[in-house]
Design a protein around this ligand. Structure first.
Ligand code: EPU
Length: 444
């Protein structure tokens, strides 16, 4: 297993382009199951989760053809529509495999998808996905750990579907029901739909394919079902979580950097908190597309502690909670961070404490008391965003940090070490053996 070796204390400078969003790309790719025509995507990031989705789609009869325009692009085409089984082997490596359920059921009339388990960030039920699809007429049973779903008569039937749960709406649940409703007969109204920009991006692709959708980005989405969908071309939304991660990296190292292709319009809650902290985001130039802008990130000398509460969009994203917690470790005062999406998503707290952070967790809230400095240490990546938080802390820490298990980071950040390195950070990927030699006892 690879590790990252980071020497903290370097300032960052220069510019970095934000890649296409992993969380937008996964349901977009699954939507290729809804047609036998080619669907072409630009700016799909090169990540292990994306490679897993390609493997899953290949098993489901989808052919992938890569091309290099100025940006890498891939064309997906369902050439064999007989297979409907998403096997445990793949689903266990990536929970987002669940997003093939809606498209398979809508287009092929049945689906068998291994039930995803929990993960490091807590229990991850799929009851709302299933309830939504049942409201469209699907018959669903659980057999041998698989969700087995059929559309009686081969086609789902539009209806009103409520997607709210104990923690608000569900992003992939909304994606599943939306992708199923586009081919259902009649009209579907999704109430308490997730408003995330990734859902708007999915609706935009589906509309290009011929779907009739209104209200994506609001809590009520109306879908008028059509008989069939065609091919389309689509550029994936830039990754707001990756952009926020680079912003935190600049903030904690007191640096000035420029981000290109940044989805600023989808990041209001993030830039609002950064501004209160003393990390300023200034849009550069004019752009026709508010989701693909350039911006300068600059910082005050001293960072201020703030309150942060994660919420469904347009609230503050849970996927940036760990990175902001790292930033708050070196801010002035006490920050109060409350997690309202995944109340157990705090595995980074103990690892940040190993680097000298002062954090007290009480249930779903953590109080971070800023310290003067962090110290490099061997730490353990536990999940994707927690690991990104550790990288941010390490960039500012005194001395060397070795982050174990960086395969978590590779799930969601493309070549993070190369891109931070190009900005001036001292960060290298190494094998466990190399790291053990460098820092005895650093490798788990
Ligand atoms: N929930 C239920 N029942 C369900 C589905 C969800 O109770 O059937 C609960 C969850 O347990 C959670 C809340 O609802 O408390 C929200 O979960 P959601 O379904 O929205 O999460 P998701 O769609 O499975 C996506 C992202 C996550 C991100 C969440 C929240 C993808 C592939 N994943 O997951 O991203 O944290 O939305 O914004 O889009 C990540 O990128 O690191 C990541 C975990």
């Amino acid at each position: 297993m690879d590790v990252f070796v980071i020497e903290g204390g370097r300032k960052l400078s220069g510019r970095v382009r934000i890649n296409g969003s992993k969380n937008a790309a996964l349901p977009l790719m699954a939507a290729a199951l809804l047609t036998d025509q080619p669907v072409t995507f630009r700016d799909i990031p090169d990540l292990s989760d994306i490679r897993n989705m390609r493997r899953l789609l290949a098993e489901l009869g989808v052919q992938a053809t890569d091309a290099d325009e100025p940006l890498p692009c891939v064309t997906l085409r369902a050439v064999d529509e007989t297979e409907v089984h998403a096997r445990y082997d793949i689903v266990r490596t990536m929970r987002a495999s669940i997003c093939v359920l809606g498209p398979l059921l809508a287009r092929r009339g049945s689906a068998r998808v291994s039930m995803p388990g929990g993960c490091a960030i807590g229990q991850r039920p799929v009851d709302l996905h299933l309830r939504g699809l049942e409201a469209l007429g699907a018959r669903i049973t659980l057999e041998g750990g698989d969700i087995v779903a059929t559309a009686p008569g081969g086609r789902l039937i539009g209806d009103t579907v409520f997607m709210g749960g104990p923690f608000g709406s569900t992003v992939l649940g909304t994606a599943n029901v939306l992708s199923a409703a586009v081919l259902a007969s009649g009209t579907t109204v999704i109430e308490c739909a997730a408003c995330e920009p990734e859902i708007v991006d999915l609706a935009s692709l589906l509309s290009k394919m011929g779907a009739r959708i209104e209200g994506a980005g609001s809590p009520r989405i109306t879908v008028r079902g059509v008989e069939s969908l065609g091919g389309a071309e689509h550029s994936v939304l830039p990754d707001r979580i990756e952009a926020g991660t680079f912003m935190c990296a600049a903030g904690i190292t007191n640096s000035e950097i420029t981000l290109d292709n940044c989805p600023l319009d989808a990041m209001m809650s993030v830039t609002d908190r950064l501004d209160a902290i003393g990390v300023h985001i200034d849009p550069l130039g004019s752009s026709d597309d508010p989701l693909r802008r350039s911006c300068r990130v600059s910082c005050a000398e001293t960072l201020k502690s703030v309150q942060i509460t994660t919420q469904p969009h347009p609230g503050f994203p849970t996927d940036l909670q760990a990175q902001f917690m790292a930033l708050m470790c070196l801010a002035n005062g006490n920050a109060v961070i409350t997690e309202k999406i995944f109340p157990e998503r705090f595995l980074h707290v103990a690892e940040l404490a190993r680097m000298g952070a002062n954090i007290t967790r009480m249930g779903a809230t953590a109080v971070v008391t800023g310290v003067k400095e962090l110290a490099g240490a061997p730490v353990m990546a536990s999940d994707l965003r927690a690991s990104a938080g550790l990288v941010i802390a390490a960039l500012a820490a005194h001395g060397t940090t070795v982050i174990n298990r960086v395969y978590h980071i590779d799930r969601g950040y493309e070549h993070l070490e190369t891109r931070l390195g190009a900005l001036g950070a001292s960060i290298a990927r190494a094998t466990e053996e190399e790291a053990a030699h460098l820092m005895p006892g650093a490798v788990a």
